[in-house]
Design a protein around this ligand. Structure first.
Ligand code: HSE
Length: 439
């Protein structure tokens, strides 16, 4: 009889409870897949007295995560407490230093302290697995770290935040405002306690920092990512995008360029025909663009108890099998530093929405300023708002939305052209600019 893998779980929230249940209900499948049984032998959570629909008989209760990490009977610590700092950080470190394996779903902790923890794992011959930290049930960490080890990756991008995708989907389908949809996302429990973490793009940035490191062998560096959220997107943008054959998604994009790895999070127009554009509501997706192979997209639930527990248990199964790889696919000392890419040098197509004065010469002025910056237009649409008629308004100039789609150009050229258009006083308000990502 092979010795079982003895698991200690810190955190018994939705995910922790589901992991305990899954290990119990899939005991025989896990034993047969791993060649040894997997057993939860100890747990800890903030409140022991809390009513849980879990049978914890025969499972020891540790007073805190540190006691669990130090328990000599625990082979594998599963950290499901969350938070970028204590007590998760030192509990994991304690376990790794004792040579125990660690499985965590904590994206904030891995984004901020992943390298330090990976170093500790390497130094003590321990395993550190974090599949659930990005895209929950989508096995993207393993795909990049192991499945694509033989492929040079050019670009990895995805919808990594369910809350933002839910908001954008409803705004597009129902013509609702950002604020209305955010309120619903909060009511349904999708958004984080502080929704700005989701909607301002930081949740996506933390996940992208992890994916970038796995894909390109760079150091995890959240501060090397350009981040822009979705709060400025309006239903008009989504309607215009749709009419022009695009959909707006909050994407995290990491791409190999001649100058290094460009990492960015921002609302992005993607062609409606692309795989990523089909991903709606809270679903997540990641597309990997590898050398010599067509892009592939993994789609699935990026949050929730069952989806996250599925990835956690898969990581535990790897520990039980004795699989140990460098947490970021390469030894930490071989990971390269990466700088924040200057967005003004970003090259791509742009969607621009302007409120233009409906007056002879306006279109010519806009076209001239774009031509001065050598920006070529793929399409231009002027939408006359219903009920506004220049002749009947006594010849007074009214405002009309003008939507431009450019061919690939540099971002600084776009902003130079728009500044000149503003100086010409042919538009009012701030232009809306959305980057386009083609597949
Ligand atoms: N708030 C996150 C989301 C949950 O909306 O996707 C998982 O990080």
């Amino acid at each position: 009889m092979v010795a079982p893998l003895r698991v200690g779980i810190a955190g018994l929230g939705t995910v922790g409870a589901e992991v305990v249940r899954l290990i119990e209900s899939r005991a025989s499948a896990l034993a047969s897949r791993c060649g040894r049984p997997v057993r939860v032998i100890a747990v800890t959570a903030r409140t022991k007295a809390k009513k849980r629909s879990l049978d914890l008989r025969g499972i020891a209760w540790a007073k805190d995560p540190h006691q669990l990490a130090e328990n000599p009977d625990v082979d594998c610590l599963v950290e499901l407490i969350g938070g970028a700092g204590e007590p998760a950080l030192s509990a994991i470190e304690t376990a790794l230093k004792a040579g125990k394996s660690v499985v965590t779903a904590n994206k904030a902790l891995i984004a901020k302290h992943g390298l330090r923890l990976a170093k500790a794992a390497e130094a003590h011959g321990a395993t550190l697995n974090f599949e659930a930290a990005v895209g929950a049930a989508i096995p993207i960490v393993k795909t990049l770290r192991e499945g694509l080890a033989g492929t040079s990756i050019n670009r990895v991008y995805g919808i990594l935040n369910g809350t933002c995708n839910y908001i954008l989907t409803r705004m597009e389908k129902e013509g609702l405002s950002f604020d209305e949809c955010l309120k619903d996302a909060q009511r349904l429990g999708y958004a984080e306690a502080d929704p700005s973490f989701d909607v301002d793009g930081h949740d996506t940035a933390q996940k992208l920092a992890i994916l970038s490191s796995l894909a390109f062998g760079t150091k995890v560096a959240e501060n090397a990512i350009y981040v822009e959220g979705i709060s400025s997107i309006t239903p008009e943008d989504l309607r215009a995008a749709s009419d022009l054959g695009y959909r707006v998604k909050l994407l995290g994009v990491a791409v190999r360029t001649a100058k290094g790895i460009e990492q960015r999070v921002h609302p992005t127009m993607v062609p409606k025909s692309s795989s990523i554009a089909q991903v709606m509501d809270v679903t997540n997706a990641v597309t990997v663009d590898g050398e010599g192979i067509p892009p592939m997209t993994l789609v699935g639930p990026g949050a929730g108890g069952a989806a996250t527990a599925s990835a956690v248990v898969a990581d535990i199964a790897d520990v039980a099998r004795g699989v140990r790889v460098s947490p970021f696919g390469r030894p930490v000392e071989q990971l390269r530093a990466t700088e924040k890419a200057p967005m003004e040098r970003h090259e791509g197509g742009y969607y621009i929405r302007l409120m233009a004065r409906d007056f002879p010469g306006t279109a010519a002025a806009i076209a001239t300023r774009l031509a001065e910056q050598k920006i070529s237009l793929e399409s231009i649409v002027q939408r006359h708002p219903n009920g506004v008629d220049l002749a009947r308004s006594g010849g007074k100039a009214s405002q009309v939305p003008v939507i431009l789609i450019t061919y690939a150009t540099h971002e600084d050229a776009v902003y130079r052209a728009l500044k000149a258009v503003q100086r010409d006083k042919v538009i009012s308000g701030r232009p809306q600019v959305i980057r386009i990502e083609k597949n």
